[in-house]
Design a protein around this ligand. Structure first.
Ligand code: EPZ
Length: 434
């Protein structure tokens, strides 16, 4: 997103080291799960019902994209969507909408497999890396699609003979959206597809399990090799999909709790999805209790946190999407910590502003930083370079001294549901300025 897109802003009154937050936060559905199941609606003959849908901007963009294609999307109550793709009469993704969200790429496979062609522009999203799409193009070529690109940069993929063929693929990198895209594509392509070196994120497992419930033949779910026997559209026959809790939001509240609460309970979450974070925080000295679907951050006011060496990694390793909030945590830890980012090449863009707030973060190279702590943070006007960095700024603003402004609330609204309501309910003084 460019700075020109008008956006609300947040003003946060810093706690200035006082651990005042307490109460209960309930975690909503995962953005990165719901966007994929919405794309999967194209695989179904009948209407798909999705429950526990978070009200976040990326979901609104995905609704717009599906409606633009001719799908019917109905909202029932606050958190349920019903999607029928019977009426799809177009194979071109609306470029303006798709540009605002990288996840739009997951629509390409289902459209190409069902209708024999798809037109799309290179997807946009956060500025955390170059975000190539080579894995997608190569995979589609392997399944028998011919691709061209016009002067405006729009790709046109067309399946030879109107139908894609099943084709086994070894991914040279475990990519989340590529795994999801080819899983969905293979469900419609006739024959056996074996996908090797796939990503293991819980959102993928949840998607695959639901497709199996609705008749898809998928083996190896939860492993790095998926075998799909495809060949036809699926039917829900009334089954609905329940979006799994958002693990990145869970982790972000856990970090906030460790820094600024004296008793915070995080409910409706799946602690097993953030084991890497939990074990790092525990090693550092954060006291918490964990149940099957809750985490209680205990009073850490007397804890002396130890430094950490963090390396982001594909699941089940330390999630890159929790890297920025973790940096804020490490500014409050005694000693030198390091973070090595292995997934995206440009994900430390937010650290300069943290330094201006008083942090001591040294950039060794585009993928490695060290953080010397503890340092007191002071207020600042901030502009987050991506949605996860935006949330890190919110946490920084909460623990800082004085009133901080987070300029581009839109970024945060892309992935965090009702953020100011949830934060206010646990004691944060946060205001949205329209
Ligand atoms: C997904 O992005 C998530 N997005 C990201 O969340 C998340 O950070 C990322 O996975 C890693 O966990 C969605 O699920 C919508 P990748 P994705 O393809 O799938 C390289 C957020 O804030 N690659 O797994 O786009 C790529 O450059 C977002 O919610 C290629 O080289 O990430 C990266 O180095 C940000 N060629 C690596 O693979 C390709 O064609 C893994 O990225 C595609 C990817």
């Amino acid at each position: 997103m460019s700075k020109e897109i008008p956006s609300d802003k947040f003003i946060i009154k810093g706690l200035s080291d006082k651990r005042k937050l307490k109460g209960i936060v309930k975690i909503g559905g995962a953005k990165n799960a719901v966007l994929k199941i919405m794309a999967a609606s194209i695989l179904f003959k009948d209407r798909l019902t999705i429950k526990n849908v978070p009200q976040v901007e990326d979901v609104f963009r995905m609704i717009e994209l599906l409606e633009d294609l001719g799908a019917e999307v109905k909202r029932v109550g606050e958190n349920t969507l019903k999607i029928s793709t019977k009426g799809i009469n177009k194979t071109s993704l609306n470029g303006k909408i798709a540009k605002r969200m990288r996840a739009s790429i997951v629509l390409t496979g289902p459209i190409l497999a069902r209708f024999g062609e798809v037109h799309f522009s290179r997807p946009g999203g956060c500025t955390i890396a170059e975000r190539p799409i080579g894995i997608f193009l190569n995979g589609f070529r392997g399944m028998g699609a011919k691709d061209t690109r016009d002067k405006k940069g729009t790709y046109h993929l067309k399946a030879r003979g109107g139908k894609l063929k099943a084709k086994s693929t070894f991914f040279n990198k475990p990519s989340v959206t590529a795994t999801e895209t080819f899983l969905m594509t293979a469900v419609l392509a006739k024959g056996k597809t074996i996908l090797k070196n796939v990503a293991l994120e819980p959102e993928i497992e949840s998607l695959a399990n639901f497709l199996v419930k609705c008749g898809a033949k998928i083996k190896g779910i939860g492993s790095t090799t998926l075998e799909i026997n495809g060949g036809g559209m699926l039917q829900t026959k009334g089954k609905s999909y329940e979006v799994i809790p958002d693990r990145i939001t869970t982790g972000s509240y856990l970090i906030l709790g460790a820094l600024a609460s004296n008793n915070l309970k995080i409910e409706n979450c799946q602690p097993k999805h953030i084991e890497a974070l939990v074990s790092s925080l525990r090693f550092s000295g954060v006291k918490m209790r964990i149940g099957k679907d809750w985490i209680k951050v205990l009073d850490n006011s007397k804890s002396k946190f130890k430094p950490l060496e963090i390396k982001t990694h594909e699941y089940p390793g330390f999630a890159t999407d929790l890297q920025a909030p973790m940096t804020v945590f490490l500014t409050q830890v005694r000693g030198e910590s390091t973070i090595f980012e292995t997934i995206f090449e440009n994900r430390f863009g937010y650290t300069e502003e943290l330094n201006r707030m008083g942090a001591k973060i040294k950039t060794w190279n585009p993928q490695k930083i060290s953080i010397d702590g503890p340092t007191k943070l002071k207020k600042r006007v901030l502009y987050g370079p991506d949605l996860r960095a935006g949330l890190a700024y919110i946490i920084a603003g909460i623990i800082a001294k004085g009133d901080s402004t987070i300029e581009n609330a839109y970024y945060i609204d892309r992935g965090y549901e009702k953020i100011e309501e949830k934060l206010s309910s646990i004691g944060v003084n946060i205001k949205r300025i329209k």
